[in-house]
Each structure stands twice: as C-alpha cells, then as structure tokens.
Ligand binder design. Structure first.
Ligand code: GTP
Ligand code: MG
Length: 276
C-alpha cells in the first residue's frame, strides 16, 4: 500500500524515567527537529503532566521494515518525500507522579488493542552523570524495576486473559548526558542498574517470604523480576526468556556546540527506527 503524506503517525513510544533525566529536553529537541519553523523554548522544568507529540523520523534513519536502505536506494528518496512519523509521550518522572502517570500510562498503552494508543517501544531515560550518587541510583533502579515488572506480567499473560499474545515491547535505556565528563559509559550504566535491581529483587522476595509466614492476610502474589524466583543474579538478559529485549545506549540531548544539533540523540532515533 502507499503511505500518503497526510497519513497520521501509527506508532506510539512512551518515554519514562526519573525526574531530571532529560525527557522533556529530548521531547523538545525532537519537536524542534521535526518542525524547525516552530522553535520552542529550550528551557525545561519539572513536568507535572504527560504530553504527546508527533515526531518525524529523519529520512536517513533506517526503519526495521527497511533495514538495508542505502543512500542510493530509491526508498530513501521515498522516505524523504513521505517521512515516517511517530508519536512520543513524555511523562513526569517525579516519584509521587509515577504510579498515576508513567506506570498508569504504560499499563493502559500496553494493554490497548487500539492502534492509535498501542505502544511500539518504551524509552527509559536516565541521567548517566547522576548514577554515581547512591540515592539517585536507587531511585532510578526502583522505577525501572517497577516498569520492567509491568512488562513481565504482560509478557507472561498474567492479570489479563488474552489468548493471542501481543508482540513484546522492546525497551531502550537511553543513557543521557554523555556530554558531561562525570557521565558513566553505557556498559557501566547497565551494570549499575542491574546490580541495584538485583538488590531490590532480593529484598522484595525476602519480604514476601517473611509475609508468607504470617496468618491469614495473604499478600497479593507478586512475582520476582526475571521470573527465576530470585535464584540467579539479575541481568537484563534474563528478561529475554520472556521476550523482553533491553538495550542500553548512551547519548546526549545537549551536545557539544560544534556538533550538528541533535546528533547526540541519533542512536536513540536509530533504535526507534528499528521498531518501526
Ligand atoms: P521531569 O519532568 O521532572 O520528569 O524531568 P525531565 O526528565 O523532563 O528532565 P528535563 O528535560 O526537564 O531536564 C532536566 C535538566 O537536565 C535540564 O536542566 C536540562 O537542560 C538538562 N539536560 C537534559 N539533557 C541534557 C544533556 O544531554 N546534557 C546535559 N548536560 N544536561 C541535560
Ligand atoms: Mg519533564
């Protein structure tokens, strides 16, 4: 079929992550890149509500359905004429707003059968310069843990009786602020988050065991992330058993002044492209 220029964007991406990670800065940048005419103010402040924007994928970014596009490929010209658009939902990362906004959004978008709201991919943004701080690491990892648990429950088909399993939702951990010299590289970000989630997992399963000994009052059964009853050591790889793929990719919304604007988010756009 032919994609007409006016066709609405058909894919949704959800942007989660703790406060201050740079979600709104990223959203603002993508919006500015998509429609250079409507340059928005570059200043951000703590978000209190979600916002949905429509973004144009740069024609030079390959899509999953068109992996082998080369510069001479006629489909590149086609992509330039009929750019692919997608929707991105920016959510507030403040701890008090996560359950009612980010997580709630994830639950509703991931169970949606409607193409208009169905989710194609999940971006979880972290501040890679702030993870050396224990409290920030704990806060970031606990939010990520809760997000991955929602995806795992969905993947295992629990809580909802759906016969036909939907495709799993891929996760991109967008390691932002790589421009700062204190920033951790993607590999360390992965290790730190995995290590901290392991701690959270341990204390949760211990809590469950303790509660299990109590009388009557049965705590709602909550599985352990990684679904191995907490026996092994947590890694994102463990989630591949239930079909959830997690990538950690570094980048920067605010890059060097000399660099082309938006070049620091190129690899995240490539990840988005592969989901399309
Ligand atoms: P909440 O709305 O509270 O959830 O936060 P947020 O994730 O939307 O963060 P926001 O986009 O408001 O960015 C927080 C701060 O980080 C702002 O001062 C941004 O300018 C700054 N920031 C964002 N991206 C980068 C980056 O790549 N490098 C640097 N150095 N600063 C950045
Ligand atoms: Mg924000």
């Amino acid at each position: 079929f032919f994609r007409s220029v006016a066709s609405p964007p058909s894919s949704n991406f959800l942007l989660l992550g703790p406060s201050g990670a740079g979600k709104t800065a990223f959203t603002t940048l993508l919006e500015a890149k998509s429609s250079p005419a409507s340059k928005k103010s570059q200043t951000t402040h703590t978000s209190q509500t979600s916002t949905l924007i429509t973004v144009t994928l740069p024609p030079s970014v390959p899509t999953g359905s068109n992996k082998y596009r080369s510069i001479n490929d006629p489909s590149l010209k086609e992509a330039t004429r009929n750019p692919i658009r997608y929707r991105l939902k920016d959510t507030p990362g403040h701890g008090k707003l996560r359950q009612t906004q980010g997580i709630a959004e994830l639950v509703s978008m991931s169970s949606s059968k409607d193409l208009k709201t169905k989710i194609r991919g999940l971006l979880f943004m972290v501040d890679t310069a702030a993870l050396v701080d224990e409290a920030t690491l704990r806060d970031t990892a606990s939010y990520l843990h809760d997000v991955l648990l929602v995806l795992q429950q969905r993947a295992l088909g629990k809580g909802k009786s759906s016969t036909k399993r939907d495709a799993e939702i891929p996760v991109l951990i967008a390691g932002n602020k790589q421009d700062l010299f204190t920033a951790l590289p993607a590999g360390s970000v992965r290790e730190k988050l995995e290590g901290e989630i392991e701690r959270i997992r341990k204390s949760k399963s211990k809590g469950l065991m303790d509660a299990g000994g109590g009388a009557g009052e049965e705590e709602e059964e909550e599985e352990v992330l990684g679904d191995d009853d907490g026996k092994g050591i947590f890694s994102f790889k463990l989630l591949e058993q239930v079909g959830i793929k997690v990538d950690v990719v570094g980048g920067a919304v605010k890059g060097d002044a000399e660099e082309e604007i938006g070049s620091g988010v190129r690899r995240w756009e490539e990840w988005i492209g592969m989901c399309l």
